[in-house]
Design a protein around this ligand. Structure first.
Ligand code: PRP
Ligand code: MN
Ligand code: MG
Length: 180
């Protein structure tokens, strides 16, 4: 394991199993209806790719790019939209797919923003939830894992853009980000 990492929090196998369970929950809720997935760049890329391959429904997908963290490990609290949707979501079954809810700033903003476009249904599917860190009131409809307040990377999640390619989720050592 990389010297900046402390331990593996979730293994590749644990993630794979849970992602398929989330897909099953979504299939149970939407039966044979069409779905529109919105992946939030860049953190959700790995998760949305795996999740949509487990779902048997007709899925259309798009990405949005928003940023609140940038290269810092602390949220700035400001959400910027860097790339909006290419498609109209009015009347659609929309599921926002995110890697993690931390303070909730990103998802709260996105949820309110997309709600205004009148989707038929707007749900949130998030792999990781850190409830201890919440600053704004937002809850996901589908949650993979509730995790403690530790700095995690891998499976799409980064620390200063590194570690997104790890197939597992690991905890970063405090000394690696203490002075950043
Ligand atoms: C991270 C993460 C979530 C968001 C969660 O994204 O992927 O999108 O922060 O934090 P919040 O609940 O406090 O808003 P980041 O801004 O680091 O961009 P990235 O996805 O490109 O890594
Ligand atoms: Mn993100
Ligand atoms: Mg990030």
């Amino acid at each position: 394991m990389n010297k900046d990492l402390k331990k593996i929090l979730l293994t590749e196998e644990e993630i794979k199993k849970r992602v398929c369970e989330l897909a099953q929950d979504i299939m149970n809720d939407f039966k044979d209806e069409e779905l529109f997935f919105i992946g939030v760049l860049k953190g959700s890329v790995v998760f949305v790719a795996d999740l949509m391959r487990c779902v048997k429904n007709d899925v259309t997908m798009d990405f949005m790019a928003v940023s609140s963290y940038g290269l810092s490990s602390q949220t700035s609290g400001v959400v910027r939209i860097l790339k909006d949707l290419d498609f109209d979501i009015e009347g659609k079954n929309v599921i926002i797919v995110e890697d993690i809810i931390d303070t909730g700033t990103t998802l709260k903003y996105l949820y309110e923003y997309l709600k205004k476009r009148n989707p038929k249904v707007l749900k949130i599917c998030c792999l990781l939830d850190k409830p201890e860190r919440r600053k704004v009131d937002i809850k996901a409809d589908y949650i993979g894992f509730t995790i403690p307040d530790e700095f995690v990377v891998g499976y799409g999640l980064d620390f200063a853009e590194r570690f997104r390619n790890l197939p597992y989720i690991a905890v970063v050592k405090e000394e690696a980000y203490a002075n950043k």
